[in-house]
Design a protein around this ligand. Sequence first.
Ligand code: PLP
Length: 385
Amino acid sequence: MDTITFPTTEQLSKMQTPCYYYDMALLQQTLDAIRQEVEQYEHFDVHYAVKANANPRVLSAISGAGLGADCVSGGEIKAAIEAGFPADKVVFAGVGKADWEIRLGLEHDIYCFNVESVPELEVINQLAAEAGKMARVAFRINPDVGAHTHANITTGLAENKFGISMRDMETVIRLAQQMEHVTFMGLHFHIGSQILEMDDFVALSHRINELQDRLEAVGITVPNINVGGGLGIDYQCPELFPVPNFKAYFATYAHHLKLRKGQHLHFELGRSVVGQCGMLISRVLYMKQGTNKQFAILDAGMTDLIRPALYQAHHAIRNLTSDEPASTYDVVGPICESSDVFEKDVVLPGVRRGDYFALLSAGAYGEIMASRYNCRALPGSYYSE
Ligand SMILES: *Cc1c(COP(=O)(O)O)cnc(C)c1O
């Protein structure tokens, strides 16, 4: 059975808090679950979205499982290569790639650039010419498909800054086909993150089918389709559902997206790979009685885990060191911002100064988004093995 394993009291006593703790066995179980599903489909390839978590140990485990890497910056390309991802399994996405980042991708002969505009395509063609190389490119198309998720993390609507509009798709492909230093590799989509409704992926599949029909009618062949990432995790009951429903996710695309002969389908999963294996460990600094509230003030704050402050995200909170009668608390951080609140009105076993808390489901967009605001140190990391 897949489970989240908490650090032991002995492990806790050796940690310098606040810090991240990674359950490496759960990460492995998650990677095994992905492999098991993907193996059933001949032309499915999974790239891990490095931006979710670029911790070197985590990256090495993922590259060891044979996944490719989806990078959104030159720094991520370097981190991926250092962690052992082969360059021919690295894709480079992002709406604003700097020249040095494009050059770095060319130097390493990465698998593909996911291009988001014509000016970018022109720069890639020019830099590839200078380097005497061919750049493989896919176009990120904005499919104007919404996702049932937080407004800050939808990316596939016409109003979002991402991608090329469907109207311009054919023109841009023709342009690439005429350029001397780029090779057209396919179409790329990504509609958002933390998506739990398979219907959103069905809608994307239908849109891709339409676009493929349109291109086929004018004689354009598309080597690959890339549907991005976005599969969500269970932030409410992480202990019950530590591994996302990859079976339903891949089956949805297998049933609804009509791949053409020889076409590969690429996925770029981030959150669903690493979200549940990481937790933020923090100690209670003070208990404070407010007018109508009790505050548990932690040594971790929004600088260590910004998702609650940024997206009103929920992270399940566990008091690992108390079996006192339960009470209700506002769990807050030490940062000088009113939004530095992890959760209000949480029922927890009686909290005392020095207790250890775990904020669960923090493996994705946790450690990597940590900042040094208030001149704080970045959180360290520990591993189950
Ligand atoms: C962020 C991102 C992903 C990964 O998204 P998850 O929701 O973490 O799976 C994949 N592709 C692109 C282009 C992204 O920007």
